[in-house]
Write a protein that binds this ligand. Structure first.
Ligand code: GRG
Length: 295
């Protein structure tokens, strides 16, 4: 995994200073700025930003072109975690190994930090699109992210999750719908946005769409498994919450062993989707890493 780690490091070293630069703008009110920076600086794997940059490179373009979009994706992801952690949602005290945003800044400020990050993300992508008026793919990438984050994507999944809380007879189709939207949609949008900026062919976009769908499933199944088998030190959040909240997960639905088999199946399908692309090494390595991840 040294090859993957080096690539992730290269992408993060581009992404993180740019993210902080966006958030360091001088005219943001102090508490709002501090709370947004708190959640962004708390860390995280920066997976969505890295996927966006890697897809742009795979499509044959320089990562710099996708950098605003990668930053926007990390802002949207951070907002979703801040809001998901609120008492009215998942009610979590820890995230990324630190007290959650509302524990430090209060609920009102945490809601605003999320709102601020989400709105700023679209300001950043639309600014990038406005600077490339003659290249419509920049606006396509912004739209792809909007769709993945919003009422046809992540917010739809979160809404269905909320609607089905403590529902005794949830079925596998609903579980798949929830996770394909709540977790998978933003991951897939991250990959597609980067590929669109990079000028990917229709064939590559289709292959990456299939990869994203399977990778999203793999990511969620391993998240459910780690809720049972993981530890706080690596995951940085309170574990065992799914069981105590009687949540339907891949583990509660299928049991640990079959959930692991399902993760293996999605891993295989994700890798197969890109088998024609010999330069998609990052994406193939990421599947192996995710299958064995502990954080
Ligand atoms: C509030 C609209 C809204 C949506 C929230 C993202 C989300 C939807 C909920 C988070 C619940 C959760 C733990 C989902 C499992 C998958 C997931 C998104 C895990 C966290 O992502 P990582 O592991 O986090 O990439 P880091 O901290 O590494 O960035």
């Amino acid at each position: 995994m040294a090859r993957l780690q080096a690539e992730l490091r290269r992408y993060r070293e581009l992404l993180e200073p740019q993210l902080i630069q966006y958030l360091s703008a001088t005219d943001i009110p102090e508490t709002l700025q501090k709370s947004m920076i708190y959640s962004i600086e708390a860390g995280g794997k920066r997976l969505r930003g890295c996927l966006c940059l890697a897809a742009c490179e795979l499509a044959g373009s320089s990562v710099e072109n996708a950098l605003p979009f990668a930053c926007a994706l990390e802002m949207i992801h951070a907002y979703s975690l801040i809001h998901d952690d609120l008492p009215c949602m998942d009610n979590d005290d820890f995230r990324r190994g630190k007290p959650t945003n509302h524990k430090v800044f209060g609920e009102g400020n945490a809601i605003l930090a999320g709102d601020g990050l989400l709105s700023y993300a679209f300001e950043v992508t639309l600014n990038a699109a406005a600077s490339h008026k003659d290249e419509p793919r920049y606006i396509d990438a912004a739209l792809t992210i909007a769709r993945g984050a919003g009422v046809f994507g992540m917010v739809a999944g979160q809404s269905m999750d909320l609607a089905n809380e403590r529902c005794e007879d949830l079925d596998a189709d609903t579980l798949i719908y929830i996770h394909r939207h709540k977790t998978g949609a933003l991951l897939t949008a991250s990959i597609l946005a980067g590929a669109i900026i990079g000028g990917a062919s229709v064939e590559l976009l289709q292959a990456l769409n299939t990869y994203g769908d399977e990778y999203g499933k793999l990511f969620q199944i391993t998240d459910d498994i780690l809720d049972v088998t993981g530890d706080f030190k690596h995951m940085g959040k309170t574990l065992g919450k799914d069981a105590s909240a009687a949540k339907l997960t891949y583990v509660t639905l299928y049991g640990l062993e079959r959930a692991k088999e399902k993760a293996e199946q999605s891993a295989m399908q994700a890798k197969k989707a890109l088998k024609e692309y010999s330069s998609a090494v990052f994406f193939q390595d990421l599947v192996e890493y995710t299958l064995r991840r502990d954080s």
